[in-house]
Design a protein around this ligand. Sequence first.
Ligand code: FEO
Length: 172
Amino acid sequence: MLNEKIAVLLNDQVNKELYSAYLYLDFANYYEDEGLEGFAHWYEVQAQEERDHAMMMRRYLIDNGVRVTFEAISKPDKAYKNHTEPLQAGLEHEKYVTSLISTIYAAAFEAKDFKTMQFLDWFVKEQGEEEKNAEDLIKKMKLFGGDSKGLYMLNQELAARVYTPSATGPQM
Ligand code: FEO
């Protein structure tokens, strides 16, 4: 059985990961509208990864005797004025998620819950990668997205992203 505070934080994080999936699908909707199907695909893959994160946390809670409860998922409510804004919003969102994971990690440390710390190690690493991916997208957009040919090539590059289930994570 998990420490109650840790259980509440992890349950809340399940909801937040599902919101992340929602947010990235909203980005994908925007890019579909703009005719940038490669960008849309990239965020569809990202949304699948976020769902994996939610599933991994849900499974960890269940395997540790916690009854998981779901809350309503917030509606993504931003409008984007240009092709770079979702990329920037994605980076900001990942930084926020990193702060949430850090908060759970700190609570686990305080509770001497070493099992949860070990579980969260995968997510700490994953957050580092996700922030870097988001930063790289912004950099590439600045470098190549300024003219239609560069944008076309970038769109093609992003279309090639392959979804790999987060099977290397814990409890899967
Ligand atoms: Fe589940 Fe994008 O972190």
